[in-house]
Every structure is written in structure tokens, then in C-alpha cells.
Design a protein around this ligand. Structure first.
Ligand SMILES: Cc1ncc(COP(=O)(O)O)c(C=O)c1O
Length: 397
């Protein structure tokens, strides 16, 4: 028996119950189909499948039942018609852009994006004649002013990495629709447990599944969610031909992890909120960026767009610039110094020298990624233990 998606189900139930396809063995947990290809009883049957006359699997670069189960579950959670899975978050962005843009097209993007996304736009899409203009994410007039006749995509993260700036998705959806542009939201920081961009008018959602969707720092993966035409057809056909697809083993990990996503996100949010409030009052901390704080310039907008919570990422500027930030990071003992985020373990990193090192110093300064900025991804350890470790770090600044 397979669970059919009940449209009344909430996000947590969708994460647990959708995308289940039992075999005649009646297994309770979804199986892994670790196979590169699928076989046929005859050459005629094989030819019919290749000709599209008989639906089904051919080769795991095209489709695979474990990967499909993950896609079905994530699409149900995001409220999207179609989902495709990719080898990493970057390949989700690559597939979305190459499947939908043409030479001569133009992108308008928020200036605080993950460093590799900016690198991909500036170093690789530009070689194909696709140029990108960057604007301040919260300045709607700047978005309007940056639109050109050939603008075909608006691209944002909200909250942004690492400054947690919030983009007004409903306002950007209007601009995108008026200009025949695709509105793409990287929903990596929130996941559908906290925010569903398609509900606010986004056309496409991308994910780095490597982050909260896995939630345990084990596997690389990505996903693209949207409608049947753009995602189910165009992005799917790009992946089928070009190859950056998800492995069935990783899909099985992500499929299981979605069952606890809502619960984990709630815990990440609760601890992050308390830590952000505590950090704001600590000597040596010059500024805390967290959408849940009243001091966050877009706190009200975040509350509207993120009904599930304010997220698990905090960035703070410590006194003493880069030296102060390095001292702070080095004095922590339990927290992991690593560039990944969305893990059970609290992680800490200096964005200017790591995740955002490949963008120019001027672009970093324009985006507000200062030398004293430190990003913390709040994990699921006891809050007291995280606080003690951060206190140890701050005492050294
Ligand atoms: C917001 C955001 N988008 C995309 C990516 C890329 O994901 P991946 O490392 O899975 O390729 C990252 C990675 O840190 C990220 O933070």
C-alpha cells in the first residue's frame, strides 16, 4: 500500500508520509535501488521504453525509483508540481540556469549570495554571454532599476548567506512576471519547514540538500522544485543529457532525513533565537544578524514569509576585524570550524576568507561581508554547551 498525498497534510506529515512506494515485500522504510541501469525481457521492450512508448526506468542518470521518492517527498513539502534531484546544490543552480537561459540573456541577483553562486554567474555564465547585475536584496527600487529588456531571471537567497538579509518575495514575483523573467529562490537556509517560496510567487526553488535537508553533514546533493514545464521538462531534460544527477544512495539518505526536517528546524530555530538574543548583549560583539531579532531591519517581513521560524544561522561582527574573528573562532573548543551549515553540530566559519573568498574585496565590502564577520550555524547540542563555547570564544576577543 502506498500513501497517497492528502492535500490537507501539513509539512511535517508530508515529510514523513509522502513519496512512499512499497514493493510486494511490504517494507516499511523506503528501499534503495542501487543500480545504474534497468533491464528488459526483450530488445522490443527495451526499444519501446527508449521510444517513450512504455513509461519506466532506463538508466539512473535519467530516473531511479529512490531518487524519484526523494523528489516526490520534497515537491510535496515545497508545494511544487515537479522536482528533480542533482549531485549538489551548485548543480541545481547550474541545471536551472542552463536549462532556462539563452546566450544574451541577463540575470538580476541579490549581491549577497553564496560565493560559488556568484563565481558561477561571473566566471562561467558570462562566458556563454549571460551577464548578471547585482543589487541590494531589500531595495525593491534597485531591482526594478536593474531590469533590462533581456532580463530573464531574478535570483535570490532569503535569508541570504551570510548576512541573513530578507527579500520580499511577493514584490519580486510581481517584477519577474511583469518582465517575463523566471523568479528563482535558493531556499537552502529555511527549507520548506520554515518557508515555501512558491506560495509567495517564486517560479523555481533550488536547494543544497547537503545542508538542512540532510541535516547531519553526510551527503552532497541538490534539488530543483517548480512546475511541470520548467522543472519536470526543461531542467529534467538538461540533467538527463548532461549528467549532474543525484546518486540513489544519497537520495535514500535525504528521503529519510526529510522525515525529521520539521522537528530539527524547530530545534535549530529555538536555540538560534536564544543565542542571538544573548550574543546581542555580549561585549566584543558589534552587531548580530538574525532575522528573529527585533533589531533586524526586516524582522517583520521575515515573520510573514517564514511562518515556521527564523532559521538556524546567525552572523555576528566581532571587534578587531579579521584578527578578532580568528581569535574568537580559534578559542571555541566544541564547535566545529567548517564551512558546512545545517548540521546537527554547531559550525563556525569566517565568510570573508572561506565561503566568500573568491569574490573581490570590493564586492565583499559592497555586500557588507566585513572582515570581523563570523557565521554560526546553530546545531542541536544543548544550548548551555553552545553558549559556554561561544562565551569562551568571545572572552578571547
Ligand atoms: C545558500 C547556498 N546555496 C547553494 C550552496 C551550494 O550547495 P552545495 O555545496 O551542495 O553545492 C550552498 C553551499 O554552502 C549555500 O550555502
Amino acid at each position: 500500500m502506498n500513501e497517497a498525498l492528502d492535500p490537507e497534510w501539513g509539512t511535517a506529515t508530508r515529510g514523513v508520509r509522502s513519496g512512499e512506494h512499497r514493493t510486494p515485500y511490504g517494507e516499511h522504510s523506503n528501499p534503495i535501488y542501487m543500480t545504474s541501469s534497468f533491464m528488459f525481457d526483450s530488445a522490443e521492450a527495451c526499444a519501446a521504453r527508449f521510444a517513450g512508448e512504455d513509461p519506466g526506468n532506463i538508466y539512473s542518470r535519467f530516473t531511479n525509483p529512490t531518487v524519484d521518492a526523494f523528489c516526490e517527498r520534497l515537491a510535496a513539502m515545497e508545494g511544487g508540481e515537479s522536482c528533480v534531484a542533482t549531485a549538489s546544490g551548485m548543480s541545481a543552480i547550474l541545471a536551472t540556469c542552463l536549462a532556462t537561459l539563452e546566450t544574451g540573456d541577463h540575470i538580476v541577483a541579490a549581491h549577497t549570495l553564496f560565493g560559488s553562486t556568484i563565481g558561477f554567474f561571473n566566471n562561467y555564465l558570462s562566458k556563454l554571454g549571460i551577464q548578471t547585475s547585482y543589487v541590494s536584496p531589500e531595495d525593491i527600487d534597485a531591482w526594478k532599476a536593474a531590469i533590462q529588456p533581456n532580463t530573464r531571471m531574478l535570483f535570490v537567497e532569503t535569508p541570504s548567506n551570510p548576512l541573513t538579509e530578507i527579500v520580499d518575495m511577493a514584490a519580486l514575483a510581481v517584477i519577474a512576471n511583469e518582465n517575463d523573467a523566471l523568479f528563482v529562490v535558493d531556499n537552502c537556509f529555511c527549507t520548506p519547514a520554515l518557508q515555501r517560496p512558491l506560495d509567495f510567487g517564486a517560479h523555481v526553488v533550488t536547494h543544497s540538500a547537503t545542508k538542512y535537508l540532510d541535516g547531519q553533514g553526510r551527503a552532497l546533493g541538490g534539488a530543483v522544485v517548480g512546475d511541470k514545464d520548467i522543472v519536470g521538462d526543461r531542467v529534467f531534460r538538461f540533467l538527463r543529457s548532461c549528467g549532474p544527477t543525484m546518486s540513489p544512495f544519497n537520495a535514500w539518505i535525504f528521503h529519510k532525513s526529510l522525515e525529521t526536517l520539521e522537528l530539527r528546524m524547530r530545534a535549530h530555530c529555538q536555540s538560534a533565537m536564544q543565542l542571538a538574543q544573548w550574543l546581542e548583549s555580549q561585549p566584543g560583539v558589534e552587531r548580530v544578524h538574525y532575522p528573529g531579532l527585533k533589531s533586524h531591519p526586516q524582522h517583520e517581513l521575515a515573520a510573514r514569509q517564514q511562518p515556521g521560524g527564523f532559521g538556524g544561522i546567525i552572523s555576528l561582527r566581532v571587534a578587531g576585524g579579521r584578527a578578532g574573528a580568528f581569535k574568537f573562532i580559534n578559542a571555541t573548543k566544541m564547535i566545529s570550524i567548517t564551512a558546512n551549515l545545517g548540521d546537527t553540530r554547531t559550525t563556525i566559519v569566517h565568510p570573508a576568507s572561506t565561503t566568500h573568498v573568491r569574490i573581490s574585496a570590493e564586492d565583499r565590502a559592497r555586500a557588507g561581508i566585513e572582515e570581523g564577520l563570523v557565521r554560526i550555524s546553530v546545531g542541536l547540542e544543548n544550548l548551555d554547551d553552545i553558549t559556554t563555547d561561544l562565551w569562551r570564544g568571545l572572552a578571547s576577543v
